[in-house]
Design a protein. Structure first.
Length: 404
């Protein structure tokens, strides 16, 4: 599952990015190798992506150019407070998901906001509804608390003043940001929480895959609407529209793939006819196979037929340029490639492939010998075949019913 929310509001003449991303291990938006650990809170690790530091530096510099050190300090403090609210939003999802036995591996701060990586999505619509609503409820609670501290509620004049860049005070602006986070995330379109709320409600009346399809179509329609409005002078809306459209498409693909994987074993979707390299092979040999076949990833096996690594097309090209053709493939291969038993559920293979960040996973027999490989490309092909077969069965079933 992938849920991403992104918006910007005007604050003191600049733009403050607001975002939230609630994702499964399959999400590829977070480059964990570029993140710093800030520790662990309530059993979930909190990380800081290095680009977040660039954001802080940029806001501090922009504010300093306008108002000096005091303005820079105020701008950076406000940005940190906003992202603190984003983290609390994420923990709303995290703690609610934990009630249903779903663990969250980590939360990472990015310039676009927060990313929480969960092990899976809730199976029951009611559980998914509660998990999706938990984040916006946290922002609404923060806003109410801050308004209570101010002793007033926002009115039209106050909101209009903020839109003009009027100074309303630190607490007031933070309260209004939380209101906007709440409302924006409740838009009924993937990847916002509202899209997942819509899907959960539809799942009460129809099967999960169909509910996802309808939710994705609604999300894409909203994306087109935002994109159309963006053509009238608001480039940010164009960016948000593209983001929503792509994320909705990804959500639909993930649901279809999950449905196609039900009841299937890893070997059912594996490539079983492929070329391998032994541990004595050189990069030049790998390049020869690359040119002679349509393969782009070549497993490296030991003398017992067990997978020890994989040489990718990009890896061998880099090696040819920097280290020469006689370089042993064991020096340039990707190591610790995940494997799965050939009789294991296909869903397990999908989770390992999407969560491992590698080109392929190996399918092995009971003795650990490599019998197949699974890549993202052949997973897509498997999905297309499964969908076509499903349509044929549905059509034939309908014709049989009509004949009776």
């Amino acid at each position: 599952m992938t849920q991403v929310k992104a918006a910007r509001v005007r604050f003191r003449g600049s733009y403050v990015p607001l975002a939230d991303h609630f994702a499964s291990p399959g999400s590829t938006l977070v480059m964990m190798g570029w993140s710093l650990s800030l520790g662990e809170v309530a059993g979930t690790k909190v990380r800081l992506h290095f680009t977040f530091l660039l954001l802080i530096a940029w806001y501090g510099f922009a504010a300093a150019m306008q108002g000096g050190f005091v303005a820079a300090l105020g701008a950076v403090t406000f940005i940190l407070a906003v992202f603190g609210c984003v983290i609390l939003h994420e923990y709303g999802h995290v703690l609610m998901a934990r009630r249903f036995g779903i663990a969250t591996r980590d939360i990472t701060l990015l310039p676009i906001g927060g990313v929480a990586t969960t092990e899976r999505m809730p199976e029951k619509p009611g559980q998914e509804l509660l998990v999706a609503l938990a984040g916006p409820v946290v922002n609404a609670a923060i806003a109410l608390f801050l308004f209570a501290a101010l002793g007033r509620l926002p009115d039209a004049e106050w909101v209009a003043g903020m839109a003009r860049g009027q100074e309303n005070g630190f607490v007031a602006n933070l309260a209004l940001v939380n209101v906007m986070l709440t409302l924006f995330n409740l838009i009924p379109a993937f990847p916002m929480d509202g899209g997942r709320v819509l899907k959960a409600l539809l799942s009460l009346r129809m099967d999960k895959v169909r509910a996802t399809r309808v939710s994705v179509q609604i999300g894409q329609a909203i994306a087109f609407g935002l994109g159309f409005l963006g053509l009238f002078g608001n480039p940010m809306l164009l960016f948000i529209a593209l983001f929503i459209f792509l994320a909705a498409s990804h959500e639909g693909y993930a649901a279809e793939l999950g449905e196609a994987a039900k009841g299937a074993a890893a070997l059912d979707a594996a490539i079983t006819e492929f070329l391998t390299l032994d541990m004595q092979s050189t990069v030049s040999r790998a390049a020869e196979l690359l040119l002679a076949t349509t393969q782009r990833e070549f497993p490296v096996i030991d003398g017992l037929g067990r997978l020890t690594g994989v040489v990718t097309r990009d890896g061998m090209i880099r090696a040819l340029m920097t280290r020469g053709p006689d370089t042993p493939v064991v020096d340039v291969m990707e190591r610790d490639v995940a494997t799965v038993d050939r009789q294991a559920p296909l869903s397990e293979a999908i989770a390992k492939l999407q969560g491992g960040g590698q080109a392929l996973i190996g399918v092995v027999d009971t003795d650990g010998r490599l019998t197949g490989i699974i890549t993202l490309e052949n997973l897509a092909e498997y999905l297309m075949v499964a969908q076509a077969s499903h349509e044929v069965r549905r059509r034939d079933g309908g014709l049989s019913s009509a004949a009776r």
